[in-house]
Design a protein around this ligand. Structure first.
Ligand code: NAP
Ligand code: F7E
Length: 363
């Protein structure tokens, strides 16, 4: 049978990598996009126009659009990646976050049932390590109790349970991947890793003075997004519908991430002070290049995430050590060093052009 995937959140970090992965496997890939005043979809621009890649307007807040689309595409697999995915933003927009991240999951499940595809369409739900929140044990595995600690996590907990409920009530092949943080050169620029690699590149090239961060002691299990999308697919190829923890099993602090990113950008950091007064100093120049700002503290913060990927390793044959922490930080920083250098060249060309136009050298 022709493999047809429908991806919600196709324009996001994971959606773009998953699209590439499934296209390479010969899938027909359909993605949901929503109307935006900007038409350029940076992460998937290189895929648009490919014969097996199709985009459709719909929205996770609009049941009718989802029902119609699922009926039209008749997917064999749905990857529900769409979400308001920023934890800090979920404190500012909790109701929107609940609508998309919680009820949105229900809308997808009901769209499949309404179109009578329960027996032919498998569903992957993008669940999250944020469910463990104020952690009750370390490391966290599939049996660890949940303790969500943000509006985002509470919404995602509903998504997790409604998927489990539909699996048991209607015998549907629907599962959750409980993914720990995964990053890449395509990561949104306000998540801490990308914020750091971009700032390190800008500071190293003289385009920024200082990087302001929140809780430097927060610990995460960071993996590479490109490795993680393979797991989403593996979960749907497993003989039985089950939930899996996807993580590297290695943990680092935000401070350690920053130290390494600045190192790859050519700046060695020395840390001084504590809490709100902690600073990162460029050893060579003595300048303060990292400082702490209360603006980036959260009302409740999740500070100790470490996943145990044993089940994914043994039952899916997935390799959690494919990309090390060091490689991840290096590839993101090198990408952003090149990006910032490119922005510099483009700005210079624009300046020269403006000057030439003014002097009448070019018309
Ligand atoms: P992301 O880059 O923020 O992408 C989110 C996607 O959801 C975007 O395509 C966005 O579309 C779409 N979206 C948001 N609201 C929507 C709506 N109302 N209707 C339709 N689409 C909507 O997130 P990501 O990092 O790729 O993460 C993918 C999924 O995994 C998310 O569900 C996230 O919560 C979950 N997750 C992520 C991680 C991680 O570390 N990355 C870990 C665990 C779980 P626009 O481009 O139009 O905004
Ligand atoms: O924060 C701390 C912050 O925003 C990581 C999403 O993909 O992963 C992501 O959520 C940690 C937190 O990711 C800053 O307080 C310090 O403890 O990069 P983040 P997140 O909250 O872990 C999970 C698994 C998801 O499911 C989500 O969708 O870093 N931190 N200083 C900071 N965080 C940010 N954003 N900015 C700072 O300046």
């Amino acid at each position: 049978m022709n493999k047809k995937a429908l991806i919600t959140g196709v324009t996001g970090q994971d959606g773009s990598f998953l699209s590439e992965f499934l296209l390479a496997k010969g899938y027909e890939v359909h993605g949901i996009i929503r109307r935006s005043s900007v038409d350029f979809r940076e992460r998937i621009a290189h895929l648009e126009g490919k014969p097996n890649f199709h985009l459709h307007y719909a929205d996770m807040g609009d049941s009718m659009s989802l029902v119609k689309l699922v009926g039209k595409v008749q997917p064999t697999e749905i990857y529900n990646l769409a979400a308001q995915s920023h934890v800090q933003v979920s404190f500012d927009a909790p109701e929107f976050t609940a609508d998309v991240d919680a009820v949105g999951v229900l809308r997808i499940l009901e769209a499949v049932r309404t179109n009578h595809l329960e027996k032919s369409c498998k569903i992957y739900q993008a669940s999250t390590s944020e469910l463990y929140g104020k952690v009750e044990e370390i490391p966290q595995n599939e049996q660890t109790p949940f303790h969500p600690y943000s509006p985002y996590a509470v919404a995602k907990l509903y998504g997790y349970w409604i998927v489990k409920e539909y699996r048991e009530a209607y015998d549907m092949f629907c599962c959750s991947g409980i993914l720990f943080n995964h990053e890449s050169e395509r990561r949104g620029e306000t998540f801490v890793t990308r914020k750091i690699t971009l700032a390190a590149a800008r500071i190293a090239q003289g385009n920024q003075d200082c990087l302001y961060l929140g809780n430097l002691d927060s610990k995460r299990d960071w993996g590479y997004a490109k490795d993680y999308v393979e797991c989403m697919w593996l979960i749907l190829q497993h003989p039985t519908p089950e939930d899996f923890v996807i993580a590297t099993g290695v943990q680092h602090t935000v401070r350690e991430f920053a130290t390494l990113a600045f190192h790859y950008a050519g700046i060695e950091l020395r840390w001084e002070g504590e809490g709100i007064n902690e600073i990162g100093i460029d050893v060579k120049t003595g300048r303060t290049v990292v400082a702490v700002s209360e603006d980036f503290y959260r009302p409740t913060d999740v500070v100790n995430l470490l996943g145990d990927p044993t089940k994914a390793k043994t039952e899916l044959g997935w390799n959690p050590s494919k990309t090390s922490f060091e490689e991840l930080v290096r590839l993101m920083t090198e990408h952003d060093m090149a990006k910032v250098a490119g922005e510099g060249v483009a700005a210079k060309v624009r300046m020269n052009l403006a000057e030439y136009l003014e002097k009448g050298i070019v018309k």
